[in-house]
Design a protein. Sequence first.
Length: 432
Amino acid sequence: MEELEHYMFYLKNTKKRKMRKVYSCKDDFDPTSTTVSNAIRKILSDYSREVKVKIPTEEALSYVLFSDIKSPVNVPNYNNSAMDGYAIHIKSININDEIKVIDKSLAGKASKKLPKENECVKITTGAVMPKNCDAVVMQEEVNIVKSNFIKINTSKIKKNQNVRFLGEDIKKGDLILNAGKKLNAADIGVISSMGIKEVFVYKKPIVSFFTTGDEVRPISKKLKYGELYDSNRYTIKSLLNKHGIKSIDLGHAKDSKYSIKNKFTQGIKKSDIILTSGGVSVGEADYIKEVTSKLGRINFWKVSVKPGRPLTYGKIKNRFFFGLPGNPVSTMITFIIFVLPLIYKMSGDELKLNYIDAITSTVLKKRKGRAEFQRGISYIKNGKRFVKGVGSQGSGILSSMSRANCLIYLDDNTKDQKIGSKVKILELESLI
């Protein structure tokens, strides 16, 4: 639902009830929140600059090519044997006669001798073919009759058999990889086979992050009553590692404007994107919104989504920042839905969130007014895809994300879903 429609929908549903002056995260009908689609559109439209960088080929895995790659050489750059066997010149051989072995041609050590009538050169896979030879007889198709003499035991010899020719794989000047290609292991191998040491790729963003909250402690400390471990710090680090992004852990900030401002100052100097976790709701000690509004520009600070409504997004000195909610599940889901698309775009790539159909095997509770991403377990039964909820959908139930293999997407207008309803799901395996 677009923002105007969302607002009209809100007004319609408030005719029979008193209009609230203050909206909270418990209110599913909040016209001050931006929709999921609008939030993503605003984030992606903020970035249009393309940055290229030259990096060593061996470090280019998962990067996106900035420029086309054309081969500077032929691959292979010489005729060579595809088999272990014996190199011959077919017209100089009588297969009924004994054939003399005059030399060996090894990979990396070519023979310079040229076989004459009823002569051959023993050859290994990948070794240079003698210049006058036009076929290789596999060693399984010969019998050794005496020292340096063989007898060919097959009449099925064809010209060019078991020979790999110059440029057979890649010809000099061929366009091998197009700009925009995300490099995989096979691509790295192909680039290396052409002797290319460095490639131009899209620069991946560097992401710094820190967590907030006086109740949060590192996992190395023993908890006191009312404290909890800083799981979000490790979750964010792991999510960035999962997607091949260099990250800078700025640690933990106390619930004070000075401490939070200091972390942002560090992040601005060291990174392209700054992520925070916690401190973006309406609590007395939630300072992220206040600090960032003074340092830069806030684009929005609430999204019509559950979990994750108190999401802050903006820019500070051409650096992007996201104030992620402090609840662990909200942190993960807002990272996937809102942060990852920007990271991929800055890397010259596109994050394709492929939603697929599934049939519910449990009741899904849902109120109208905002979109929801509920944790679910997807499975196949009798050739059909089903999904069931993982139980409690509270945004603090981090274990539910560990049990889930998908997110169940329910849009703004959706109400409770009965068993047998068709819904959209987003599989998590490639995302977390």
